[in-house]
Design a protein around this ligand. Structure first.
Ligand code: FPP
Length: 245
């Protein structure tokens, strides 16, 4: 028997894949797809806030994305500068707290300053935490956390690593969505997604709308989250007595 996984997932993580294909199919440069991806992200943030999601974590630029063609990398960096300038007032209106996650080294001063300003400007917001993973990789996160602990001479345990990881300020994702039809994690939240429910959508990210989000949330509701236990252990005592009768 499948039992509902509670109400709305508190934390949703998203690999926003498919921008390049969305643009190529329209004979546009790939960066046009990323631009449309920002629009889709804005729609998703609003939809999550409206549904009572507490944390949205998105993969905007991976440690490996530096290996893309130079014009695409510079296009993504320019887009980030533009988005930082343009989106903050909207985030303030919607009560969204912005948090950047990833290595700051290697980012231009303009981006690093823009990130610091945007984080500061939205720091008092409480409706939704938006974690933007930028220059981020799951392996980088784990190695970086272990290095921090080693430098301080602290023992490496699950608890101490948890505290040193880049998403220590939020609970682990309940629902992990990847758009674009591929079914892999691509080095996103490797540690934190240990017990996330996975949902793969064939929609390209620019086409991931409210209905697609609701489809993912409905799939989440149908999952039984056992966290290593058995189904019987999860049943409330009343239901167990009924099953035994
Ligand atoms: C993956 O699609 C997407 C990215 C590498 C970038 C995601 C970025 C955004 C949605 C914009 C927000 C971020 C910034 C920088 C402001 P892909 O390019 O791999 O698509 P494909 O698989 O179709 O080629």
């Amino acid at each position: 028997m499948s039992r509902p996984s509670g109400a709305i997932p508190h934390h949703i993580a998203v690999v926003m894949d498919g921008n390049g294909r969305w643009a190529t199919r329209r004979f546009l440069p790939r960066v046009a797809g990323h631009k449309q991806g920002v629009e889709s992200l804005r729609r998703c943030v609003k939809a999550c806030a409206a549904r009572g999601v507490g944390v949205l974590t998105v993969f905007a630029f991976s440690s490996e994305n530096w290996n893309r063609p130079a014009d695409e990398v510079s296009g993504l960096m320019e887009l980030m500068v533009m988005a930082l300038g343009r989106e903050v007032p909207r985030l303030l209106e919607d009560g969204v707290r912005l948090h950047f996650v990833g290595a700051r080294g290697g980012l231009s001063e303009k981006i690093a300053n823009g990130i610091a300003k945007a984080e500061q400007a939205t720091a008092h917001n409480t409706k939704l935490v938006l974690n933007v993973c930028f220059n981020y990789g799951g392996r980088w996160d784990i190695a970086h956390a272990a290095q921090q602990l080693a430098l301080k001479g602290e023992p490496i345990t699950e608890e101490s690593l948890n505290r040193a990881l880049a998403l220590a300020h939020v609970p682990d994702p309940d629902l992990f969505i990847r758009t674009g039809g591929e079914q892999r994690l691509s080095n996103f939240l490797l540690w934190q997604s240990a017990y996330s429910e996975l949902f793969f959508s064939d929609r390209l990210w620019p086409e991931f709308d409210e209905a697609a989000l609701d489809e993912a949330i409905a799939a989440f509701h149908g999952r039984e989250r056992r966290f290593g236990k058995t189904s019987a252990q999860l049943a409330p005592p009343g239901a167990r007595a009924q099953e035994a009768a």
